[in-house]
Each structure stands twice: as C-alpha cells, then as structure tokens.
Design a binder for this molecule. Sequence first.
Ligand code: FSX
Ligand code: SF4
Length: 296
Amino acid sequence: MKVSRRDFLKYCGMTATVLGLSANDLLGLKDALANPNGPTVLWLQGAGCTGCSISFLNRISTVAPKTAGDLLVNSVNLAYHPNLSSLAGDAVVDVINQAYTKGNYVLIVEGAVPTAFNGAACFAWSYKGVDKTFKDAVTMLASKAAKIVSVGSCAAFGGIPASGGNPTQVLSVKAATGKATINIPGCPPHPDWIVWAVAQILLNKPVALDSVGRPTSLFGLKLHENCPRKEQDEVNRFGLSSGCLKPLGCKGPETKSNCSTLKWHNGVNWCVGAGAPCIGCTEPTFPIATPFYKNV
Ligand code: FSX
Ligand code: SF4
C-alpha cells in the first residue's frame, strides 16, 4: 500500500491550521519528504496499553493517508513499530541494530520504563535467544537518537504504570535515560499532536517546550480557557449537553491541552463536549490527581 507524498501533504494541509503549520512550513515539509535520506523513525512500546498507537491509527482512518502505516512507512523511514512492522523476531532486531549503528534517527517512545529488577518487568525483544529489557533498549536507542518523542502520558511522565505503589519503579523516558524529550502527553494523546511533533522534526523547526517538556503550541493554554461551558450553571449529572462539570471533578481549570478547540475523532467531539468531566490526562499529576472511583 503506497500513499503519495501529495496525499500526505494534502493531509497536512487539512490539518495545517490546528497543527500551526504555515504555507512556508508546508513547502519545507514537501522538500523534507522528497529527501531520500529523510529521518529513520524507531517506535518503541513499553509499559502502556498501546492506546497511543490505537489513537494514532484511528485519527487517520478516514482521511488520506488512510492508515498510520501509510504515513509512517511512506513519508518517513519507519524502521520499527511493534504493531506495524511486517518483520518479526531476529530479523526486525537486525533492522533496529542497523538503525542504531547509523544513529541520527527519531526515537518515538510509547509507554513508560520499568526500572526495578534490572528492568526485567518489561522486555522489548529477544535476539538470538537473549532477552532485551525495555529499559536497556530505550537507554541504548536514546543514546544515538537525533530527537526523542515521548508519546503518551506514560512515556512523558510515568502515567498509569507509575501510579499507586509502583512496585516496578516505572519512570518516564526522560527520567530513565537522562535525555531531553519532546513530551506529547495524553492518555491517549490526540493523533494530530503526534503528527505535529513529527512534522516539526521533518521541518527541523525548534519546538518551544514548557517546564514539563510539552510543546507550548499544543499545551500552552488550560482547557478551561476555551471551554464552551465556562460560566454556565454548574451541573452534577453526566452526559448533559450544557452546564459546567466542575462539581463532577472536571480538571479543565488545571489541565493544559487544546482539546476544546481541536476536538477528537476527526473533530467530532471531546470529553467535556460529551458531558464527561476532563480527567486531566495531559498533566504530570495524572492519574494520581484524578481518582476514578471516588468523589473529589
Ligand atoms: Fe499510556 Fe500508551 Fe495511556 Fe495507553 O501505550 S498514555 S496507558 S492510553 O497507550 O502509554
Ligand atoms: Fe472548566 Fe470543566 Fe466547567 Fe469546562 S466543564 S468550564 S473545563 S470546569
């Protein structure tokens, strides 16, 4: 399945406004994509639920390029993705090792890094009968990456796997490797945020980050600022089409993201729009600050 660069640019054009890409950026992106030496991308999955990849797959299922595979395989050199790579076993580890030898790739990490038991709570792959812990795989690949993108709140901050007792001593990618990361949180993150991050790297554009590593272009404002329910009467029932959800524990006033203007499922709706309070999933405090089973 091939998708043309034109289709990818068409996709970028459709989302250029929400992605903050100017006409010049799109031209630059065209050049970047025409470069046969475009960046190699390695996508790892650790302690998470694969929801980040699923979110990404869902977003582009109705708009060209129609699959994440189309976008990643044909527009960048996707050397490895645990769910999308057609190779498996030693053969795919050979591909990873070749990319590592060359260096200068983009490392996308989904899922957090368990560090207890020498990392043996989570394995990335097995090669010639020897298991590689996720911790060792991330540390190795981070050492020669041109850029590291932490996709999802688990990779960015530890997220759900790091909550509670955390017996496997789960850390974020930055904490586990000591390397700078572009954090694209959300549990899961919006697919356009992931595309945005890849586009900035292809364009070689500097990405302004806030104090917790999130791009300010995407996470500059609190959700509450642009919420259409702001200043409406408070409600204490789920699923209503209007009314502020603060009494139900809405985390919008403390949560930075552009969900209220971007919306989800190709712009159809978002959590608060559906009458469900924001659970603050883009914040480093998630999910500790958002207990799901008790009133707050
Ligand atoms: Fe975490 Fe990704 Fe939440 Fe899941 O694997 S951000 S648990 S939606 O999907 O890392
Ligand atoms: Fe703010 Fe949430 Fe109320 Fe919207 S629903 S106005 S984000 S507290």
